[in-house]
Design a binder for this molecule. Sequence first.
Ligand code: ADP
Length: 436
Amino acid sequence: MKLQTKIHKGMLLLIAVTLLISYSIFTYIIYRQTMNMSIYEVHQEAQYIKRLLANTGSVFLPTIDAVLYDTRISLIDKAGNVLYDSNRDIDFENHLLRSEVQEALAGKIGEDIRTSETLGTKMYYYAEMVDNNILRIAKKFDAMWITALRILPVILAAACIMFILAYILAKILVNKIIVPVNQINLSNPLERKNYDEIMPLLVSIEKQNMEKEKIDTIRKEFSANVSHELKTPLTSISGYAELIKDGIVQKKDIENFAGRIYHEAQRLIVLIDKIMLLSKLDEDKLALHKEDVELYPLLLEICNRLNPFALEKNVHIELTGENIQISGFRYILDEMLYNICENAIKYNKENGTVKIWMGKVLTTSKIIIEDTGIGIDKRYQERIFERFYRVDKSHNSKIGGSGLGLSIVKYATILHNIQIKLESEPEKGTKFILEF
Ligand code: ADP
C-alpha cells in the first residue's frame, strides 16, 4: 500500500468531515438569518399598513399588495371572516382558529410559523387588531432543506477544490517525508539525523549491525585460532612419527613416542569435538529439543565419568545437596557441567578436592562447584570465557586445555538463562556459582 494513498485518504476524510460540519452550521445560520429577515420585514410592513388603514381604510390594500408582491395581507373580522386577502382566488375557510388570530383577538400581537401547503416553504404569520378588524400579514421564507440545497453547489465546489488540493499536498508531503527515510544508510543508520519516530528502528538496526560485526570478528578470530590450535598437536604428531619413520628413535623408546602421538591425537579429538559443538551452537544447527533434566543424577554421572581422571591427579570429588530439575537441552547442560568439573580437577593441586553442592537457596536453585586449585587472578577472570583464552599457555599445554571449555559453558548459561558467577583467589581455589 502506498503511503501517499494512506495520507490522501486521511486528508479526504478530514476534509469531508470538516465540510459536513461547516455545511450544517452554514445552513443553520443562513436559515436563521432569512427567517429573521422575513420577520423583521413583516414587522416593518405591518406598521406601514396599519397607518395606511387608519388613515384611508381598506381601499388601498390592493395597491399596497401590488408593491409588496411577496407579502400576503389579510383583513379578518372578529368572527373570522376574511374581508380581504392577497390571494383573491382562494375560497377562504373561517380563520378564527388560527393561533395568531386568536392571540390578536386577545389584544396581543399574534405570531406563528407554519409550513404552508405549498411544498417546502415556511410562512411567518403576524396578526394585530386594527380598528375592529384583524390585520394579518404573512411572508414566506425557505425551509431549512431548501436553504441547504441552495448552499450545496458552493459546498460541492469547495469540496472539489479542497480534494484536488489535498491530493497535491499529499503528494508533496509524502515526497518530503519519504526523502530522509530513503536516504537511510542501512550499514550506518545513525550517520544522519532522522525522524524521532523511526529512531528506535534505526537504533535497533545499528545494534544488530554491531552484533553482526562482533559475531563476524569472533568467527574470523575463531577460524584463525582453530587452524593454529589444530596445527600444534598435528606438528607434534608429525614430528614424532617422522623420528620413528627415519629410525632415529631407539626400539625401547618407540612405546614412549607412540604414547605421545596417542596423547596428542586424543587432544586433537577433544579439540575438534569442542570446535564442532561451538560452530554448531553458532549456527543454531543443533537439532535438540528441550526436556526436563534432573541435574543431580546428571552431575553424579559426570563425576563418575571424571573419576578416573581425578584419581590420576589425586583429586577427591564430593557431591552433596538435593536434586534440581530444569527444562533445557540435556546435551548442552552435560557439556556445561562437565567442562566446569573437568577444569576443577585439571587446575587442582595434588591431594586437592572438588566440592559440588546443589540445592535451593530461598527462591533460586544453585549449583556451586568449588576447587582447591591454582585459582585465577582477578585480571583474567573476565577473559577466561573467551574462545581459546587460557590464562597460562605454557602451564596449560602441559595440562592440555583448548581454551574452549568455558566458552561452551558461557553459551550454555545464556541458552538456559543461568547466571554464572566466579569467585577465585590465586593459589587458594576457584568457585563457580550457577544460579537458575
Ligand atoms: P581449557 O580447555 O584451557 O581448560 P577453558 O575455557 O575451560 O579452557 O578455561 C579457560 C582458562 O580458564 C583455562 O585455561 C584456565 O587457565 C582457566 N580456568 C578455568 N577453570 C579454572 C579453575 N577451576 N581453576 C583455575 N583456572 C581455571
